[in-house]
Ligand binder design. Structure first.
Ligand code: ADP
Length: 510
């Protein structure tokens, strides 16, 4: 049986878990691919927002350059006016200056509040030569130089007679706050958190929200014209990573829920199959046991009846003995058939109990008297302990007699070879009336005790248990009858010491 159950279990597990496994692997890899794609698109989206901010700074700076790159003298009133306007309209510009290439002395310097003189070094050398090359190709490149809190923007002018360099000194953080800030706020659309920070100290210079965010959690890029500064972005509510994590967490919960349901389903199916297999085995044992039990009395009856019919008896006294055997064997058969019929009635729910008030002080000794010959024949020492006051139970006489028959029959069948003892006790216990039938027989093992009240179950261990024939119905009938009376049956037993069956009836008030 174990092999069959094992086989079924393995097949079930394969049938259930293989497709689930395939589905999961497929789904998870697909999920990953989809998520990677979403993440890529999302990252590109963020990058383009950052580019828009950088583009905005380029527009401002290019506008400054084109405003200053005019074919007028750097010291002229016109240039003074233009530079002055730029200084007024852009508080982040500290100075605007012009110098001839490779010259130490500036041609002109325009400062806020008309301060005179240059505060920054004018760049020279290779870089400048490259800028001149670019101008020849009609491309005006604006270069940058970081100088403490200033950023020096410089470019070679196109419209001057002599090769002239224009430089604009910008207070970096002021530019970020005043010129980039509003633009950043606008592109963030209350959906993104955008922050500009110092790439070395990580100090945040401008942010769309006052939340303390670790800049490492942001997607970052450097500001085009301001070396040493970075701009970073992330979704305001949750990052895509958090969204993905949350979704896969939800997915995992659903998955575990599914797995648990499937496991419970599989366990339930296996448990039921196991029950059915056990029942089928017990039924086949029952058929062979019953056939055996019927065959012996039938053979005896046939043999003795044949002898009597053919008048082969040598002594006439033997006739009574033979008739006695035929009688007792047919009683055995009748009992057997009755038991099966009663069992089948109970199974179909067709057994009706005709209950009446039974006075136990009279009923139990009567039942025991009717079994006296049986006990004597099997050399059983029987005792009965009854209470002094009368107790009534509301029960079906015939059914309760049958219960006693089954218990007495078992006490004899599974009793010791010699010194068999059966004791019947009747007592009140709480709101119940309890009748105990105790024997000193072979006892029942703990494992068997769990199943002896199941239909067809027979304990197989032990020599005697194997030799004694039975149907495995007796105790099941006892239990069904007791339940039908609103009571129950239980057993206490120790191997090789004996068993005590306890019938519990609800108290009858009359
Ligand atoms: P049967 O006696 O026909 O096998 P029962 O339902 O009456 O079927 O009993 C079920 C099993 O319980 C028996 O096979 C036997 O192993 C065990 N059993 C019942 N009564 C006793 C008892 N008094 N002492 C020991 N074992 C018992």
């Amino acid at each position: 049986m174990r092999k069959t159950i094992l086989k079924i279990t393995v097949v079930l597990l394969v049938i259930i878990f293989l497709p689930i496994g395939f589905f999961l692997v497929n789904d998870l890899t697909k999920l990953n691919q989809d998520e990677q794609m979403v993440e890529q698109v999302y990252n590109k989206q963020l990058a383009s927002i950052l580019t828009a901010v950088n583009q905005h700074s380029e527009n401002i700076i290019s506008y400054w350059a084109s405003s200053l790159d005019l074919p007028v003298d750097c010291n002229s009133e016109a240039m003074k006016g233009i530079a002055g306007n730029l200084l007024i309209n852009n508080p982040s510009i500290r100075q605007i200056g012009f110098t001839l290439i490779n010259s130490e002395k500036p041609l002109a310097v325009y400062s806020r509040n008309n301060e005179k003189g240059s505060t920054v070094q004018v760049p020279k050398g290779e870089d400048i030569n490259q800028l001149i090359e670019f101008i020849r190709d009609d491309y005006q490149k604006i270069e940058v130089l970081k100088h403490d809190d200033l950023t020096v923007l410089y470019f070679v002018m196109k419209n001057q007679q002599q090769a002239t360099l224009c430089f604009i000194n910008v207070v970096t953080e002021q530019f970020i706050l005043q010129s980039l800030g509003p633009e950043i706020q606008q592109v963030s659309q209350d959906m993104f958190y955008i922050a500009v920070s110092d790439s070395v100290s990580k100090q945040v210079i401008f942010a769309t929200e006052n939340s303390a965010t670790d800049t490492n959690d942001l997607q970052q890029t450097s500001l085009w014209y301001f070396p040493g500064y970075q701009i970073g972005i992330r979704l305001l509510s949750r990052t895509i990573d958090e969204l993905v994590k949350e979704r896969s967490k939800k997915g995992r919960y659903i998955l575990w829920g599914l797995v648990i349901v499937v496991v419970f389903g599989a366990v339930f199916v296996i448990w039921n199959i196991r029950k059915e297999i056990i029942l089928a085995e017990l039924k086949s044992g029952f058929v062979s046991n019953v056939s055996h039990e019927i065959r012996t009395p039938l053979a005896l009856i046939a043999m003795y009846a044949e002898t009597l019919r053919l008048k082969r008896l040598k002594k006439l006294e033997k006739q009574d003995e033979y008739l006695e055997v035929i009688h007792s064997e047919s009683e055995k058969l009748a009992n057997m058939v009755n038991r099966i019929l009663n069992f089948s009635k109970i199974e179909k729910g067709k057994r009706i109990f005709n209950t009446q008030n039974i006075p136990l002080l009279e009923f139990i000794p009567n039942v025991m008297d009717s079994y006296k010959p049986y006990f004597e024949e099997n050399k059983v020492d029987v005792t009965c302990n009854m209470p002094e006051e009368e107790i009534f139970i509301n029960a079906d006489r015939e059914a309760i007699s049958e219960v006693f028959f089954n218990l007495f029959d078992n006490a004899v069948k599974y009793g010791k070879e010699t010194g068999k003892r059966v004791e019947v006790r009747c007592l009140k216990h709480k709101k119940n009336i309890v009748i105990e039938v105790e024997d000193n027989g072979i006892g029942i093992s703990g494992k068997d005790r769990k199943y002896i009240f199941d239909k067809f179950y027979r304990a197989r261990k032990g020599d005697l248990a194997n030799r004694v024939k039975g149907s495995g119905l007796g105790l099941n009938i006892v239990r069904q009858v007791m339940k039908g009376h609103g009571g129950d049956v239980s057993v206490k037993s120790k191997l090789n010491e004996g068993s005590c069956f306890r019938l519990k009836f609800p108290m009858n008030k009359k």
